[in-house]
Design a protein around this ligand. Structure first.
Ligand SMILES: Cc1cc2nc3c(=O)[nH]c(=O)nc-3n(C[C@H](O)[C@H](O)[C@H](O)COP(=O)(O)O)c2cc1C
Ligand code: SF4
Length: 440
C-alpha cells in the first residue's frame, strides 16, 4: 500500500502494542499537552489557539471547533462537555479505531476541551454496540484519575475535571447533538428545537460544548505544536488531517489518515485500491450515507470541506462509500432510504412521513410498479423534506436520494422498464382506488 499518501498524525503510533495503557501512551508523549494546558494556559487562551488552528468539527457539520467553544458564556454556572462517540452514520468507523487503539488520546483531548470550555463535568457518549471500546475507555479514565490527570484539583492546579463514559442504546438519532443530550438526561433521545443551541443551554440546561471524538483528539496536537503547525496541513479552509473510512467496492477498505485537500482519487484508488479487477467506479458517497452521491467525474476533486461543498456534496463524517458498475443505483437509493426511515424518531412530519413514502415509492420502482412520472414525485418529496425538519436526519435521506434520482434518472427508468418486462405492472388504479389510496 502506498503509505506516502497517508499523513499520520492521529494515527502516528496507533498500531503500537499496548498504546491503550497509560505507561505506553506517556512514553509516546501522552499527557504533555494536558500538563501544558492545565499548568500554563488560561481557558480563553486555549480557545483562541483552537480557533486560530482552523480545526473544524469532524462529526459531520464541519463547524469551527474554537468558535463553538467561544460561544459558551463565562461565569460560574455549571458547564459541560459532551464527546459524541455515537458513530452510527453508515460507512463511518473511524472513531471506533481511534478509541479502541488510543483511548488515552481521547481522554486527554476531552480533559483539555473541558478545561478550555470551563466545564468540570465531561461525558463520552458512546454507542452501546461499542461495548469493548467503552470498557477500554473506562480503564483509561480510571488510569488517568490515578495519575492525577482527572478528578479534583488536576495536577495541583485547582481545576476539577471529571469524565463519565456513558453507553447509548444503539439509536442513530442519539448522535444528533440535542437528542444525545436528552438521552444523557435519561429521556427518550429526541432532537430539541434550536435555538437555544447547546453552547448556551445544553445538558441540564447548562452551557455545553459538544464535539466529535476525532475533533477532540486533535486538541493535544494543537496544544503541543501550536495552531500554525496544525494549519501547515490541509488547505486554507480545511486545516489538518482527516481520518477517512473507505468501504464498499474497493480492494482495501479501511481507515486512512490523509492531509485534507489531497485528490479524492488518491484516497479511493491510491489508498483503498479502487474497485475490484475488471470493474469500474460508478458512484461514491464522499461523506457518509447522508452526503449527496458523486460520480467518476468528481474523482479529482480535492478532499476538503470547501471543494466537496462546491460540488454539491459534503465531507460530512469523512466516510467514503464506493459503488462499482455491478451496483444498482435504485437499489442503493432504496437501501439508504430504508435506513433513515428506520432511524427517524418520528417527531416531525416531513421526516416521519417523507422517509416512509420515499421507501414505498422506491420499492415500487424496484418492483417495476412505478412510472417515470413517479420519479418526479420522489424528487418533489425530497424537496419538501430538505430544510423543513426539526433536525437534519430528514435531509440526510433526502439529499443522497435526490442526488441519485437526478443524476442516474436513466438507470431508474431502465430499472422500471426491466422490472415491468419480468413482472407486468398492475393495471392503473381507477378513481375509487386513488381516493382510498390517498387516505391509506
Ligand atoms: C441524525 C444525526 C446523527 C449524527 N450522528 C453523529 C455521530 O454519530 N457522531 C458525531 O460526532 N456527530 C454526529 N452528528 C452531528 C452532531 O449533531 C454534532 O454536529 C457533532 O457531534 C458536533 O461535533 P463536531 O463539531 O466536533 O463535528 C449527527 C447529526 C445528526 C443530525
Ligand atoms: S427530522 Fe426526523 S429524526 Fe429529526 S426530529 Fe424530525 S422526525 Fe425526528
Amino acid at each position: 500500500m502506498p503509505e506516502s499518501l497517508e499523513t499520520r498524525v492521529l494515527f502516528r503510533h496507533i498500531d503500537e502494542p499496548g498504546l491503550c495503557r497509560l505507561e505506553t501512551y506517556e512514553r509516546y508523549g501522552g499527557y504533555t499537552a494536558l500538563k501544558r494546558a492545565f499548568r500554563d494556559c488560561e481557558p480563553g487562551e486555549l480557545v483562541s489557539e483552537f480557533e486560530a488552528s482552523g480545526l473544524r468539527g469532524r462529526g459531520g457539520a464541519g463547524f469551527s471547533m474554537g468558535k463553538k467553544a467561544s460561544f459558551l458564556p463565562h461565569g460560574d454556572m455549571a458547564k459541560y462537555l459532551c464527546c459524541n462517540a455515537d458513530e452510527s452514520e453508515p460507512g463511518t468507523f473511524k472513531d471506533r479505531e481511534l478509541m479502541l487503539k488510543n483511548p488515552h488520546g481521547l481522554v486527554e483531548g476531552v480533559a483539555i476541551g473541558a478545561m478550555a470550555a470551563g466545564a468540570t463535568r465531561a461525558f463520552i457518549y458512546i454507542r452501546g454496540e461499542y461495548a469493548e471500546i467503552a470498557d477500554r475507555l473506562d480503564a483509561a479514565v480510571a488510569e488517568a484519575y490515578d495519575a492525577g490527570y482527572l478528578g479534583e484539583d488536576v495536577l495541583g492546579t485547582k481545576v476539577d475535571v471529571d469524565i463519565v463514559v456513558h453507553r447509548g442504546a444503539g439509536a442513530y438519532i442519539c448522535g444528533e447533538e440535542t437528542a444525545l443530550l436528552d438521552s444523557l438526561e435519561g429521556k427518550r433521545g429526541n432532537p430539541r428545537l434550536k435555538p437555544p443551541f447547546p453552547a448556551i443551554q445544553g445538558l441540564y440546561d447548562g452551557p455545553t460544548l459538544i464535539n466529535n471524538v476525532e475533533t477532540l483528539m486533535n486538541l493535544p496536537n494543537v496544544v503541543n505544536n501550536g495552531p500554525d503547525w496544525f494549519k501547515g496541513f490541509g488547505t486554507e479552509q480545511s486545516t489538518g488531517t482527516k481520518v477517512v473510512s473507505v468501504s464498499g467496492c474497493v480492494r482495501r477498505p479501511g481507515n486512512y489518515e490523509i492531509e485534507l485537500g489531497i485528490p479524492s482519487r488518491d484516497i479511493i484508488y491510491g489508498l483503498a485500491g479502487g474497485p475490484p479487477e475488471g470493474r469500474e467506479l460508478k458512484a461514491w458517497y464522499p461523506g457518509g450515507s447522508s452526503s449527496p452521491v458523486l460520480g467518476p467525474e468528481e474523482l479529482d476533486l480535492p478532499y476538503s470541506f470547501e471543494a466537496l461543498a462546491e460540488a454539491g456534496s459534503m465531507l460530512g463524517s469523512g466516510a467514503i462509500i464506493v459503488a462499482d458498475d455491478t451496483v444498482s443505483i435504485p437499489e442503493m437509493a432504496l437501501r439508504t432510504a430504508r435506513f433513515y426511515r428506520h432511524e427517524s424518531c418520528g417527531k416531525c412530519t416531513p421526516c416521519r412521513e417523507g422517509t416512509n413514502w420515499t421507501v414505498k415509492m422506491l420499492e415500487r420502482v424496484v418492483r417495476g410498479e412505478a412510472t417515470p412520472m413517479d420519479l418526479d414525485i420522489i424528487a418533489s418529496v425530497q424537496e419538501n423534506i430538505i430544510g423543513h425538519c426539526l433536525c437534519v436526519l430528514g435531509d440526510a435521506m433526502a439529499m443522497p436520494v435526490s442526488s441519485m434520482v437526478r443524476r442516474w434518472r436513466h438507470e431508474f427508468e431502465e430499472t422500471i422498464a426491466r422490472a415491468r418486462e419480468v413482472a407486468p405492472a398492475p393495471l392503473e388504479p381507477g378513481p375509487a382506488a386513488v381516493v382510498s389510496g390517498a387516505g391509506a
